[in-house]
Design a protein around this ligand. Structure first.
Ligand code: ZN
Ligand code: ZN
Length: 614
């Protein structure tokens, strides 16, 4: 053992498993709708009691609570929020009945003019149906609302309500209009629910990938580069490479063929695919050096998708049925013009890398090949230790015109997806209107440790692009036939996947994925060369190892390693040097004591190869 004590004897921090309490979203619970609606009116009444100059605007429920926008000369402070919450308790305890009243439009206008609330007039103008419904709290406060509400304020539990924060907001989201004060708040059926909600909120903050990404040195953003365009630092790049290599190996085993295609192309490519017609607003604008060309919509664009490029490779030769299925795969970076208000961290970005593949199959091969793709996706999720997901059948909305292709072709494609899911006995649900514009999808929706839902992998069946690009193969009987395309991406996008993984693991990557797997901690200068030798041996075996060069005292080295969430730390003191051993401490199992160098190398190799922890 080393002479110096191993840092404070705390157990290595593990991501706590949140206990399972079901917290319904507002859209799922009639009772929560009533509670949150009513609470928002109570809040507005309290605000106007304390701040008589405040004008009320809108106060809808949101999935975890509600907000209300006020026009008030001064921004609300945290102290104000406390006072407002206190006032709300008073109102609730007065047991005011919540009374619904129906009035004509003219009567509503009259009432609004009496209380001089100009915003309400605009809101009234937006209400198309008559009669207009007004809700009263007792006989001293009312609001325009369609409901639903509880019947009496005393049905609200004051201990299950909390005002959370204030933010600026513009009237109707329009920055040329008045600046309002938005109070975010939440209300639940019981104090226990509120406590669980707060616990999850805190946990979400602890796991926030934007915060952890910075602390662990994985990626950065730069104002000069632009919003939604992450820059990957060395450790983050390693993480990407590990994920890419892992999937590339899996794909090679399954007969995929790698390809590489450019980041820009003539806009004509996307006119043929239909992207330009159906997807233009989500693409970066046309690049052209000449006005005439611009007028004709000629020039180059950044690619929003990889499909049309892979199609060109398929089309470059006349294909035989013997070559099919042909599975072309690329980690292809695509660019989409997301609204800047929607950007945040890695889960929504403007440039991202899709683990894309396009499979060209005969109609007879479709069902089987689809199952193979689902099998690949499930095995990827398994290695990533993602267990909680369900499948969404993302079909077209038959009433919408945003799709290309005939009903017949869509029915065929949707049928193939339905058959696959039924054959696999997978838990699934339907998402009408969630299809891509060229074909239906099977999407994997993952719910994380905090029961938030994320879309990960996707498989799509497509009869339309083969038609538009006039794809063919020579069938067994010599006839030219049309292949079917499968688009698929198990990760979805690397950026999004990494954001989700950081939060799911709370930064504690499984050993095989960790950018740094082992850190050697030399107690003093004398042990440095030995530590370096061990690192060299590890690197030669493909184990990602490094030495702590800081010269810090051991306690500090350990604390730094913990902060960086390094899976395995190996301490080298005088005794270890003498006996050719390492004193091992892992995040998964705590202190393992002193182990010979050879045994450590052996165990690490096995654990990594088997996707296990050490
Ligand atoms: Zn209401
Ligand atoms: Zn595609």
């Amino acid at each position: 053992m080393v002479q110096q004590p191993m840092s404070p004897n705390q157990a290595p921090s593990q991501p706590e498993q949140p206990e399972k309490m079901y917290l319904p979203r507002t859209s799922e619970s009639e009772q929560l709708k009533k509670i949150r609606h009513t609470a928002s009116h109570v809040m507005a009444m309290a605000v106007q009691k304390l701040f008589p100059k405040a004008q009320v605007t809108i106060g809808p429920w949101i999935e975890n609570g509600f907000y209300y926008d006020f026009d008030n000369p001064e921004p609300f402070s945290d102290k104000d929020l406390k006072a407002i919450q206190k006032e709300m308790v008073k109102i609730i305890n007065r047991k005011l009945p919540v009374i619904r009243e129906e009035v004509s439009r003219e009567e509503a206008q009259n009432r609004i003019q009496q209380i001089t609330e100009p915003y309400k007039l605009e809101i009234l103008a937006d209400i198309k149906e008559e009669p207009i419904t007004i809700y009263h709290l007792g006989n001293e406060w009312w609001d325009l609302c369609a409901g639903p509400h509880v019947e009496n304020t005393n049905e609200l539990n004051p201990k299950a309500i909390e005002l959370e924060s204030v933010a600026g907001a513009y009237w109707r989201g329009d920055e040329t209009k008045a600046q309002l004060q938005r109070i975010y708040a939440t209300a639940w059926e019981t104090p226990e629910q509120l406590a669980e909600y707060k616990r999850r909120k805190e946990e979400a903050l602890r796991r926030d990938h934007r915060k952890l990404g910075k602390e662990l040195g994985l990626f950065i953003f730069s104002d000069l580069v632009g919003p939604g365009l992450p820059l990957w630092t060395p450790k983050g790049t390693l993480l990407r490479n590990i994920l890419e290599d892992f999937l590339k190996q899996e794909q090679l085993k399954r007969g995929y063929l790698p390809v590489v295609t450019p980041h820009i192309a003539r806009v004509d490519l996307f006119k043929t695919s239909g992207h330009w017609q159906k997807y233009k607003e989500d693409m970066f604008p046309l690049m052209t050096d000449d006005e005439e060309a611009a007028a004709l919509e000629q020039g180059f664009v950044l690619k929003p998708m990889n499909c049309p490029f892979h199609i060109q490779i398929y089309k470059s030769e006349l294909r035989s049925y013997r070559e099919l299925p042909m599975r072309l795969a690329e980690f292809g970076t695509v660019y989409r013009y997301e609204q800047s208000g929607e950007l945040g961290g890695l889960t929504r970005v403007r440039g991202f890398t899709v683990d894309d593949s396009h499979l060209f199959v005969t109609p007879e091969q479709l069902d089987n090949e689809f199952l193979n793709v689902v099998d690949l996706i499930l095995s990827v999720f398994n290695k990533l230790q993602l267990k909680n997901f369900k499948a969404r059948l993302s079909f077209r909305d038959p009433t919408s015109d945003k799709y290309i292709g005939s009903d017949e072709v869509w029915d065929k494609a949707e049928g193939a997806i339905r058959r696959a899911v039924e054959q696999l006995g997978m838990e699934h649900f339907e998402g009408i209107g969630e299809a891509a514009f060229y074909g239906p999808k099977l999407d994997f929706i993952f719910s994380d440790a905090l029961e938030r839902e994320w879309q990960l992998g996707t498989v799509q069946v497509d009869y339309n692009l083969p038609e538009r690009f006039d794809l063919e193969y020579v069938a067994e009987d010599g006839a030219r036939k049309r292949p079917v395309m499968i688009h698929r991406a198990p990760f979805g996008s690397l950026e999004r996947l990494i954001g989700i993984l950081i939060e799911e693991y709370a930064g504690d990557f499984p050993l095989w994925l960790a950018p740094v797997q082992v850190r050697l901690l030399p107690v003093g200068e004398t042990q440095l060369d030995f530590a370096k030798d061990v690192v060299t041996k590890m690197l030669a075996l493909g184990i990602r190892a490094e030495v702590d060069h800081s010269g810090d005292r051991l306690g500090k080295q350990i604390r730094n390693g913990e902060k960086q969430k390094i899976p395995v730390m190996a301490v080298v003191g005088a005794k270890e040097l003498e006996t050719n051993t390492l004193s091992i401490r892992t995040r998964a199992s705590g202190e393992l004591g002193t182990i010979s160098v050879d045994e450590v190398l052996d165990k690490l190799k096995t654990a990594i190869a088997n996707y296990e922890n050490f």
